[in-house]
Ligand binder design. Sequence first.
Ligand SMILES: NC(=O)c1ccc[n+]([C@@H]2O[C@H](COP(=O)([O-])OP(=O)(O)OC[C@H]3O[C@@H](n4cnc5c(N)ncnc54)[C@H](O)[C@@H]3O)[C@@H](O)[C@H]2O)c1
Ligand SMILES: O=C(O)C(=O)C[C@@H](O)[C@H](O)[C@H](O)COP(=O)(O)O
Ligand SMILES: [Zn+2]
Length: 364
Amino acid sequence: MTSDAQTRITVDGSAGSDPYDVLIGRRLLGELPGLIGTSARRVAVLHPEALAETGEVLRADLADSGYEAIAVQLPNAEESKTAEVAAYCWKALGQSGFTRTDVIVGVGGGATTDLAGFVAATWLRGVRWIAVPTTVLGMVDAAVGGKTGINTAEGKNLVGAFHPPAGVLCDLAALDSLPVHDYVSGLAEIIKAGFIADPAILELVERDPAAARTPEGPHTAELIERSIRVKAHVVGSDLKEAGLREILNYGHTLAHAIEKNERYNWRHGAAVSVGMVFAAELGRIAGRLDDATADRHRAVLESVGLPVTYRGDQWPKLLETMKVDKKSRGDLLRFIVLDGLARPAVLEGPDPAMLLAAHAEIAA
Ligand SMILES: NC(=O)c1ccc[n+]([C@@H]2O[C@H](COP(=O)([O-])OP(=O)(O)OC[C@H]3O[C@@H](n4cnc5c(N)ncnc54)[C@H](O)[C@@H]3O)[C@@H](O)[C@H]2O)c1
Ligand SMILES: O=C(O)C(=O)C[C@@H](O)[C@H](O)[C@H](O)COP(=O)(O)O
Ligand SMILES: [Zn+2]
């Protein structure tokens, strides 16, 4: 296992956490033993069913490197983010005698790294973990920043911990096997990074939306790197979401309600796409966002094939779910909106009529 050229983005330590690196390139798995280190004796590779072969190859490589390596297979996608699956992993760790110096590797999409990170945060009150994201969304967002967690019957990501990884390996070759539906879902978080912080991202997508939909596109690496830099900057200064980090939740208040309403059969990125159009309309209606930037949301998201509308008859249920969003304070709903391109801000307690008007703009 040798490594080719790679980009390294360092995430600064914040709130007492250690700094770590995100590596982006190809053939990066040779970096894994160096990250795991020599204090560990056991390594658990958590992977989804779709990556059974990758999980086994990794396990075998780590065993060849001298670790006692186990592979733990998880259900695909959101089905893995449950208390039952976490308990299944705790049992596997317990049975293998996993100690505080041992290491968890999460290889998969955002659902897998959210679960793997959560298991690492909770096992023995916290062991080291390494993220190996294999989806666009995992690379640009989920694997970076240490937000780990699972869903409950009441909503998305309601149980979790801030527990940053010791390193993140983004091997771009993994994207070649990703279904286009999942690839495009990740573009929503890339476009989010464009609207909240780095408009050059939007220009790259707008230049050739069809190319942006495939890993062969000329700007794939740049889009991924730019988005990771946005995320790394934010979480490097506000790990625990005391303030700035809330901007990464742009579009998510409605998105999480849609995901729950669809019993997680919608991909996260698809829901975030609709949620961002809603947030843009809310900003426009509140008199904070100019028409051109608001309209740009619908245009760029549609151009890559992301949804921009949702069933109009579901509003009362969505509103109820949004009340348990983590940004809410007491009875006060809080949304991230834009005061302009790359100028995210908080909108607190919007008038219900405003919410309804913004909803009318996304209602199918
Ligand atoms: N922690 C965070 O900061 C953060 C940020 C953004 C999103 N998320 C979470 O991430 C999750 C969404 O992640 P996602 O979009 O990566 O979806 P996902 O993890 O559900 O993966 C989508 C599907 O692709 C499969 N898959 C993964 N890699 C593959 C590959 N290389 N080839 C073929 N199939 C592959 C998975 O098994 C799954 O079936 C959501 O749960 C969301 O809440 C977390
Ligand atoms: O890292 C963050 O902070 C984010 O908000 C990134 C989001 O894209 C991500 O979906 C996150 O999991 C949402 O977190 P939550 O706290 O709203 O559950
Ligand atoms: Zn997200």
